[in-house]
Design a protein around this ligand. Structure first.
Ligand code: 3HC
Length: 695
């Protein structure tokens, strides 16, 4: 089998693309397609051409791995599209699976498109920080209109075949199992159509108001991003300029977007997310256990949110509390959440009842005896957790997974009270647990491969991004966030206002700065940790400016006031008394406040994450720098277009990061220093480690 096979079906030439797993447009594909078209042109007995993908899908896009290649070596997608558009005989794209990005662009350059009913078609380039670069910005609006075309290109979300048919993107749906036969019959029926209908010759429906609305819209949906505005400019050209002009402008803007740090960041995350699912030493054939039922201990905010994930996936849950009142409250919150979703039209009332019907409340832990997995989600107290796991050890059936949702405690210590530490694992969900996509999967010393592999599979099933981490205080995400919080407080101590510090992270693209985030999470949590740590270490009682705020009873959003004041809409407003409290604090400590630029604040905060991240990597708590980035994007709102904190640091140049850390009085982690000295990035580190592991 070659990368593009040519087979004749009488008067039709079929070109099948064989480039597993997703038939991306890799080197060899354009050459194969062009050769096929040449063969069809040269043979008078061929009346039409069908292009089809072999295996599980049509072409899922340009090969993202080739984006770093020099332009002249990169696969010639645009040349192939041009050749198709100018081809003298009818061409039919036969689509199954997904026609995405360059795949859909290829199809749009064909004369006709047919698809299986389960196919999906879309231009997801924006998710990679680029734009459709092979005619998509010019052809899609010509087919579906400017408004719908922009919606598809700016969201990046695909449409299903039936909708594509209604939009005119697809000419015919091929029912039944034989797409190829259907496509060949379609090609034969349209073999004599002349003149050939070409999308490039159509005009675009939609006036200037569509583009104005789109420009307004992206201020909210894509703040700070480059490629969405380029997409709108190009769609406007499609509507107002000749095809050729838009086509040429698209090539220039595609390169501009592709070479931006934003696109590098998003591409990094695309691959990092897929890498994070791979665990060195854990083979694909590692046995897993099917999770058919779950038990959850604790019906509070976390327990309820966790339960919803299972209910959404159709897995029955038994949820256990110690008091009827707490159980009723927990169930009430779950129901209310679902009913709110139904009110917004994203679920029917029948769906609500179906989910609630899968939920069994209980006051008795023994009701968990049959559960395939039991997740403990009670408050952070080692003694309480140990007591629960001791009981679980007696109750749970053999082989059941015993998981703790602790966010900081030692999973090894928790496992040690059971007679089956190999079945114990940490599953750290992020609040709100029914919304946040991250799941830190904490592998304890004795966790078995089966339990680990099952947990990874479970993460996929409940639509989470699971990342494996090791045991340490705070694991990866929270351990880093503690250093970030320390640095944020220091910056205020030195002279900045909390709102300036928050603004410096908003400027980087985080929806919330450190203080907005701690007000949301509750200031009493950090306060308790600081007090506890001081006591354990024999230090004096902490008396930072933030501690003083908490001691005023201002615990954050939940008390209506914290570092900020909050109105009904939970909008933060700076408070003059807090500003005064901070000033008094500085005066007492003999600090003369100095002006701190936004740039300094951004760097210090971002690099405090990076520096701790480097230590975490070196200790093997995270397997890859890319895993840390995935954790920060899915768990902490770090903007994906920055690629996560580690990728962001690499973009700044690790030598510069080291120099800045030193300038601001922090000691760079040894790994960070070494990579900087060697002129490397964190991606280089991941690559080298992967090579060593496979050697
Ligand atoms: N280029 C290179 N590799 C790709 C790829 C692509 N476009 N799409 C997927 N892959 C790789 C993945 O990295 C993964 O590799 P791995 O097994 O080594 O980890 C493998 O293919 C399978 O991918 P998934 O694990 O994601 O498989 P799924 O079945 O879950 O999803 C998919 C399949 C929906 C096609 C998903 O992979 C996807 O969304 N791919 C990206 C599609 C895309 O963005 N296309 C546009 C590219 S940009 C473009 O076309 C520019 C043009 O306009 C000029």
């Amino acid at each position: 089998m070659s990368i593009v096979d040519q087979t004749r079906q009488d008067d039709i030439l079929v070109l099948s693309i064989n480039n597993p797993p997703v038939n991306a447009f890799s080197p060899g594909v354009p050459e194969g397609l062009k050769a096929g078209l040449d063969a069809a042109a040269a043979d008078d007995s061929i009346r039409a051409v069908v292009i089809i993908g072999s295996g599980r899908t049509f072409v899922a896009g340009a090969d993202i791995k080739t984006f770093n290649m020099p332009r002249e070596q990169a696969p010639d997608l645009r040349g192939t599209v041009e050749k198709l558009d100018g081809f003298a005989k009818p061409t039919v794209a036969a689509i199954h699976g997904t026609a995405l990005g360059g795949g859909l662009e290829l199809a749009l350059a064909c004369t006709y498109r047919v698809a299986t009913p389960d196919a999906q078609l879309g231009l997801p380039e924006v998710k990679l920080g680029v734009l459709p670069g092979a005619g998509g910005t010019q052809r899609l609006p010509r087919v579906v209109g400017a408004a719908r075309g922009l919606e598809m290109m700016l969201s990046g979300n695909p449409v299903r075949a039936a909708e594509a048919r209604a939009l005119g993107l697809v000419d015919e749906l091929i029912e039944g199992s034989d797409l190829l036969a259907g496509a060949v019959a379609f090609a034969r029926a349209h073999a004599d159509a002349r003149p050939l209908p070409r999308i490039s010759e159509r005009s675009v429906e939609g006036g200037p108001e569509v583009f104005a609305a789109a420009r307004e819209g992206i201020k909210k949906t894509h703040r700070g991003q480059l490629s969405p505005s380029l997409i709108i400019d190009l769609a406007e050209m499609a509507a107002t300029r000749p095809f050729q002009e838009g086509w040429e402008a698209e090539a220039v803007k595609f390169m501009q977007a592709k070479d931006s740090p934003q696109s590098r960041g998003l591409r990094h995350i695309f691959f990092a997310e897929r890498e994070s699912a791979k665990i060195p030493g854990l083979g694909k054939d590692t046995p897993t256990t099917e999770i058919r039922s779950a038990g959850i201990i604790g019906a509070g905010t976390m327990g309820g949110g966790i339960a919803m994930n299972f209910l959404n996936a159709g897995i029955p849950v038994t949820i256990v509390e110690t008091a009827q009142e707490a159980l009723d409250r927990g169930l009430g919150v779950i129901r209310k959440n679902y009913e709110n979703t139904a009110r917004k039209g994203r679920m029917t009332l029948e769906d609500v009842e179906k989910r609630m019907g899968l939920l069994t409340p209980s006051l008795n832990m023994e009701d968990l005896a049959d559960a395939d997995i039991i997740i403990e989600a009670v408050f952070e107290n080692m003694d309480v957790k140990k007591e629960i796991f001791t009981k679980l050890d007696a109750i749970a059936k053999p082989g059941a997974i015993l998981a703790t949702n602790t966010s900081t405690l030692d999973v090894n210590e928790i496992a040690s009270v059971t007679g089956r530490p190999e079945d114990v694992i940490g599953l750290h969900f992020f609040s709100p647990a029914n919304v946040m996509k991250l799941l830190e999967i904490v592998r304890a010393d004795k966790t078995s491969d089966r339990v680990l592999a099952t947990s990874m599979a479970l993460a996929r099933k409940i639509k989470k991004v699971g990342v494996v981490v090791g045991v340490c205080d705070g694991f990866v995400g929270n351990r880093m966030i503690h250093r970030y919080g320390d640095e944020a407080r220091r910056i205020v101590e030195e002279g900045a206002s909390p709102q300036d510090v928050d603004a410096s992270m908003n400027a980087l693209g985080l929806p919330m700065g450190p203080f907005q985030m701690s007000d949301m999470a509750g200031l009493d949590i950090g306060y308790a940790i600081r007090q506890h740590q001081a006591k354990v270490r024999g230090n004096p009682k902490p008396d930072g400016w933030l501690d003083r705020i908490v001691e005023l009873g201002r615990k954050g959003q939940k008390t209506g006031a914290g570092i900020y004041d909050y109105d009904e809409a939970r909008k933060p407003r700076p408070n003059a008394e807090i500003a005064q409290l901070i000033e008094t604090y500085r005066a007492e400590k003999g600090v003369t406040p100095r002006e701190i630029t936004q740039e300094e604040s951004t760097k210090r905060l971002a690099y405090s994450l990076v520096n701790e991240g480097a230590k975490i990597l070196e200790e093997g708590i995270a397997q890859r720098a890319g895993d840390i980035d995935v954790i920060y994007i899915y768990g902490y709102g770090f903007p994906a277009y920055r690629g996560g904190p580690m990728q962001y640091a690499s973009e700044q140049g690790l030598q510069n990061v080291v120099a800045d850390l030193e300038k601001y009085g922090q000691t760079p982690a040894p790994l960070l220093r070494r990579l900087a000295e060697e002129g490397k990035t964190f991606a280089d580190y991941d690559r080298e480690k992967a090579q060593q592991a496979s050697a």
